[in-house]
Design a protein around this ligand. Structure first.
Ligand SMILES: [Zn+2]
Length: 295
């Protein structure tokens, strides 16, 4: 990539012959190579003049530019480009980092926003319900665009509330609606239409999440009915029964690049607490089990 911050064009690309590549970059001299050249420094030794410390990687047009206008591009500017570019590449070179996404179950329950009426949370509520906090944070340098995620919870979600999001970002949180669910059993098949049952699958979408910004959503879940035939028996093999699956886009070289992620969720069936593993790249190699019960 060209080191000039306003340019950063790629300096390597594919060649028509598969075992070759095309390079269009150049290690440009910071202080000129010969007397009379741009930014020539008579105090440099021959060794220093030819050293890597005296070079900055640029595309052809930027290397041309700096040699034609020494006044605009003195040595100090080029050294700063070199430093900043090395840091930029260390930070991922414009390739968006995966966001930090976590779900944790909190102790007890928080009150929903005031409604004007008195509110109570009883001991029974605390025993029956669990409150989970989802946090999404754009930790890299890039703005996340068209963020979509599908969360498959271990329990039915009876209530949710967005408690924090960047001003101006559009956020939607919707249950996944299924037209109908067909169950095959020994004696025949049974068809159920969606009723008013709370969902276990929610889609959370966000149009834009700027760097170092957060989204926080609280979810309250209730235990699954014991005799519900539509709840898949939870298994402990390598299939991910509870997870977050999602994707987002980021801008690189003027193009929107998609990136997919996967977050395995752990569910303690005794304490009914959810905890999330770190966000990982979804290479499509891990099997996820999609909820089949509708809502
Ligand atoms: Zn350039």
């Amino acid at each position: 990539m060209c080191s000039r911050p306003e340019c950063r064009v790629l300096t390597i690309g594919p060649h028509s012959e598969p075992d070759k590549s095309l390079s269009s970059g150049i290690a440009a001299h910071i202080s000129g190579a010969a007397p009379g050249g741009p930014r020539y420094d008579p105090g440099q030794t021959r060794y220093e003049r030819r050293g890597i410390e005296n070079a900055v990687w640029l595309c052809h047009s930027c290397s041309d530019l700096i040699d034609k206008d020494e006044g605009t591009f003195p040595k100090e500017v080029l050294l700063r480009w070199k430093d900043e570019h090395e840091q930029f590449v260390r930070d991922g070179g414009g390739f968006a980092a995966l966001p930090e996404i976590s779900i944790r179950t909190i102790r007890g329950l928080t009150f929903p926003p005031p409604t004007g009426r008195p509110q109570t949370i009883s001991g029974d509520d605390v025993a029956r319900y669990r409150e989970h906090v989802l946090r999404v944070c754009a930790v890299g340098q890039s703005t996340l665009r068209h963020f979509r995620s599908r969360i498959q919870f271990p329990e039915r979600i009876v209530y949710w509330r967005v408690t924090d999001k960047p001003a101006g970002s559009e956020l939607t949180c919707e249950p996944e609606r299924m037209q109908m669910t067909v169950m095959a059993s020994g004696a025949g098949s049974r068809i159920e239409f969606p009723g008013s049952r709370p969902p276990r699958v929610l889609n959370v979408a966000l149009d834009t999440l700027p760097p170092r910004h957060d989204v926080t959503i609280h979810f309250v879940s209730a235990p699954n009915p014991e005799n519900d035939p539509f709840i898949r028996r939870e298994r402990d093999d390598d299939e991910l029964v509870h997870h977050i699956l999602g994707e987002f886009q980021f801008e690189l070289h003027g193009q929107l690049i998609p990136r997919k992620f996967l977050i395995p969720l752990d569910f303690d069936t005794v304490t009914r607490q959810i905890s999330s593993a770190p966000c990982e790249d979804d290479a499509g190699t891990r099997r996820v089990v999609l909820a089949s019960e509708g809502w």
